[in-house]
Design a protein around this ligand. Structure first.
Ligand SMILES: C[S@@+](CC[C@H](N)C(=O)[O-])C[C@H]1O[C@@H](n2cnc3c(N)ncnc32)[C@H](O)[C@@H]1O
Length: 353
C-alpha cells in the first residue's frame, strides 16, 4: 500500500467515490505524493521515454516547422514561444538550437513554459540556457502572437469516463468495495457535453471527456485567431476516442492503476476531434501520423547527415532512434500531430490540410 492509497481511501470514506478525473489528478499531482511532484527525473529512471529524449532530430524538426509558420505569418516580433508540459526541457532546448540561424526568431521569442512540477521546473532551467518564464496555467501566458508546442502534455490531463445507458450516461468512479479500491458506476444522468456521442455509440460503450484539455485548446484557438500564431499538438490517440484508454505504466510495464497510486504514470489517449472542435475560430489541420509529419520535414535526410562520422553503438542507437520515431509499428502511427493556425494563414509544414 502506497502513502497515496491511504490518503485516497480516507478521502473516499469521508466524501464518497472519486471521478476518474479526480483520481488521475490526485495520483499525478498530489502535492506530497503525486507522480509528477515526487519524481526526481535525473536520479530515478522515468517510466516512459518521450520523442525528444529519443533523438535531437525530433526537436530540431518541430522547431523548424514552428519557425516556418512564424515566417509565413510575417515574422511577428515579439511573440510567445510556448511549451506545455516541457518535461526535462529537451524539446525546447533543441528547438532553440535549431532555430538559431532563423533571422529574428530568437530575438523576438519570449519563452513561456507551462509546468506545474517544481522539480521539473528546476531541471528545465538547467537544460534550457535562455531566459524563460514558468507558469502553472496556460491562461497566465500574456496575450500576443503565440507559437506553441505540446508533446505528450494532453495525455496527462484528467479525463472523466462515461458508460452509455440509453440516452443517459453512467460515470465511472473509484470507490471502496470490501475495504479495497474498486471501479464502479454512478446512476444514469444526461450529459449535454456528450450529446454528439449519442450518434456513434451504443449501450455499454465507454467514452472519455477531458474538460481541462478543451478549455486550454479553446484559449489557444482564441489567441491564434486574434493575435496570430500556430500550435503543434503531438500525442497518442485518435480522431475520436471510444473505450477505456486509461493506461498505467510503472517501470516500463503496464500496471494496475488501483495498486500503484502515485508511483506510476497515468495517461489516456487524446481525443483529437474534441480538441479540434474547441479550437474555433482558429483552423485545424488534418490529423497527421507522427511518422509522416517527420518524413515530410526531412527526418531521413537529417538522420543521414548526422550518421556521417558515427560508428558502432552510436550509429546503431541513431538508426534505432530514427526507426522508433517514424516506423508504423513504433511511434510513427500511434502518435499524431494536430496543428492549429489562423484561418487566413497556411498550416505549419509537416501536417496535412
Ligand atoms: C510526459 S511529460 C512530457 C514531457 C515533454 N513534453 C517531452 O516531450 O519530453 C508531461 C509533462 O507535462 C507536465 N504536466 C502534466 N500535467 C500538467 C498540468 N496539468 N499542468 C502543467 N504541467 C503538467 C508534467 O509535469 C511533464 O512536464
Amino acid at each position: 500500500m502506497t502513502p497515496l492509497t491511504i490518503w485516497i481511501e480516507k478521502r473516499i470514506r469521508a466524501d464518497g467515490p472519486m471521478t476518474v478525473a479526480e483520481f488521475m489528478t490526485t495520483c499525478l499531482s498530489h502535492p506530497d505524493h503525486g507522480y509528477y511532484t515526487t519524481r526526481a527525473p535525473h536520479g530515478q529512471a522515468w517510466d516512459f521515454i518521450t520523442a525528444p529524449e529519443i533523438s535531437q532530430m525530433f526537436g530540431e524538426l518541430v522547431g523548424l516547422s514552428i519557425a516556418q509558420a512564424w515566417m509565413d505569418q510575417g515574422s511577428p516580433s515579439p511573440f510567445n514561444l510556448v511549451e506545455l508540459g516541457p518535461g526535462r526541457g529537451t524539446l525546447m532546448a533543441d528547438i532553440l538550437r535549431a532555430t538559431k540561424s532563423v533571422p529574428g526568431f530568437q530575438d523576438g521569442a519570449k519563452v513561456h513554459l507551462v509546468e506545474h512540477s517544481t522539480v521539473l521546473r528546476r531541471v528545465q532551467k538547467e537544460t534550457i540556457q535562455a531566459p524563460i518564464a514558468h507558469h502553472d496555467l496556460f491562461e497566465e501566458v500574456p496575450d500576443g502572437p503565440t507559437f506553441l508546442i505540446a508533446n505528450e502534455f494532453f495525455d496527462a490531463l484528467p479525463v472523466r469516463q462515461f458508460v452509455r445507458d440509453g440516452a443517459f450516461w453512467r460515470e465511472r468512479v473509484v470507490g471502496l468495495e470490501n475495504d479495497a479500491l474498486a471501479f464502479g458506476l454512478t446512476d444514469p444522468t444526461p450529459m449535454q457535453a456528450l450529446d454528439h456521442r449519442l450518434q456513434d455509440t451504443k449501450d455499454g460503450d465507454l467514452v472519455e471527456h477531458c474538460a481541462s484539455a478543451q478549455a486550454i485548446v479553446a484559449d489557444i484557438g482564441r489567441r491564434i485567431a486574434s493575435f496570430g500564431g500556430a500550435a503543434l499538438i503531438i500525442d497518442y490517440g485518435d480522431w475520436r476516442s471510444l473505450g477505456d484508454t486509461l493506461q498505467c505504466v510503472k517501470d516500463h510495464r503496464t500496471a494496475d492503476p488501483l495498486l500503484t497510486l502515485g508511483e506510476a504514470d497515468l495517461t489516456t489517449h487524446v481525443d483529437f476531434e474534441a480538441l479540434a472542435r474547441e479550437a474555433a475560430p482558429a483552423s485545424f489541420s488534418r490529423l497527421t501520423p507522427q511518422g509522416i509529419f517527420l518524413e515530410r520535414l526531412g527526418i531521413t535526410d537529417r538522420a543521414n547527415s548526422l550518421a556521417h562520422g558515427m560508428s558502432g553503438t552510436a550509429l546503431e542507437t541513431h538508426v534505432a532512434a530514427h526507426r522508433r520515431l517514424t516506423h508504423p509499428n513504433e511511434m510513427g502511427t500511434l502518435f499524431k500531430v494536430l496543428a492549429l493556425y489562423p484561418s487566413d494563414s497556411i498550416p505549419p509544414p509537416g501536417v496535412g490540410v
